[in-house]
Design a protein around this ligand. Structure first.
Ligand code: PHE
Length: 344
């Protein structure tokens, strides 16, 4: 038995010395030390030994097992180390490499202008009131003193969805919506930015979708001079403290009197140039005193309250402010254009 043990030990050590990988190691472990392995096989002979021999053989068998086990362990660790080393080599991280730059989006120039105008008017105590782009004929026209078949509806060629529903042609329906919701209560001081839709052929100065900002103030003793004062403040904040404004008589069914508002030409400062067609003035918005009929229709006592309203095209304001020659730049998503506005 002793011989067998020595043989086994020699054989095991010999085959372990040129083992090639973890799988082979495992096979050898099973072969020599496994439940049906060579060592177990030898140990089966223990029963035939004398009581004196038994402990001696047992001890020797344990020693053989211990020697093989420690060699197995050593080899296993060596292989695992080699595998780890190889991984570290192949997956090495170069911490000196520059990081990948995350491309950051930026606000669209129209958003920037809308926010700038909102800030101005919030500073004057206005609240922002938005409304739906899909609007009823009632709010878009009728509540603004534009009954069906009124010729002034032609001023705003519309996209109708049904006979009574259309894409709003201006932000003025918000006036009627807010007044109605306030149930005759004053003051009203709102600013309504939003997208509007008109059946226009797109060209350098027209777009069938564009952006408007509407303003409405209603209270006791609101006069046209209040409108003029606020618009002068707005124009000077937007275009520079040296600009003047000029009000020209105009017509809107929902305001009476109505005025078109011009500012001093930002390009030539009033001396006359190609942009202002030699007039020295640029038209920037429509405005007027809220028509008594409009007040009454939305539940306001027109004997007690008066108000003014104005509406401006945001693209036009941005084009004048930054010298942009084509409105389509705003919608083409050309990064060369958009990136110029990342910083305010
Ligand atoms: N809603 C008008 C337009 O789009 C502008 C406007 C608003 C005029 C408010 C007067 C008062 O043309």
């Amino acid at each position: 038995m002793q011989e067998k043990l020595v043989e086994l030990k020699e054989a095991a050590l010999a085959s372990l010395s040129d083992v090639k990988d973890l799988a082979e190691l495992n096979d050898l472990r099973v072969k020599y030390l496994g439940k049906r392995g060579a060592l177990t096989e030898i140990m089966k002979g223990m029963g035939k030994l004398s009581p004196e021999e038994r402990p001696v053989m047992g001890q020797q068998a344990n020693e053989v097992r211990a020697v093989i086990e420690s060699l197995l362990k050593e080899k296993t660790e060596a292989f695992e180390q080699a595998i780890l080393q190889e991984k570290l080599e192949s997956q090495r991280i170069d911490v000196t490499l520059p990081g990948r730059v995350v491309a950051r989006g930026a606000k669209h120039p129209l958003t920037l202008i809308v926010e700038q105008i909102e800030d101005l008017f919030i500073g004057l105590g206005f609240e922002i009131a938005e409304g739906p782009e899909v609007e009823t004929d009632y709010y878009n026209f009728e509540a603004l003193n534009l009954p069906k078949d009124h010729p002034a509806r032609d001023m705003q060629d519309s996209f109708y969805i049904t006979e009574d529903i259309l894409m709003r042609t201006h932000t003025s329906p918000n006036q009627a919506r807010v007044m109605e919701a306030k149930q005759g209560e004053a003051p009203v001081k709102i600013l309504c930015p939003g997208r509007v839709y008109r059946r226009d052929d797109d060209d350098a100065t027209h777009s069938h979708v564009f952006t408007q900002i509407e303003g409405l103030v209603i209270d006791e003793n609101i006069r046209m001079s209040d409108l003029k004062g606020i618009l002068l403040f707005f124009a000077q904040e937007m275009f520079g403290s040296d600009v003047e404004i000029r009000l020209r008589p105009s017509f809107f069914p929902f305001t009476e009197p109505s005025a078109e508002v011009d500012v001093t030409c930002a390009v030539c400062h009033g001396t006359g140039c190609r942009v202002c067609k030699d007039t020295g003035w640029l038209e920037i918005l429509g405005s007027g005193m809220v028509h008594p009929k409009v007040l009454e229709m939305s539940g306001y006592d027109s004997e007690k309250y008066t108000g003014f309203a104005f509406g401006m095209g945001v693209e036009r304001i941005a084009m004048l402010k930054y010298g942009i020659e084509d409105i389509r730049h705003f919608y083409n998503n050309d990064l060369r254009f958009l990136k110029q506005f990342n910083r305010r």
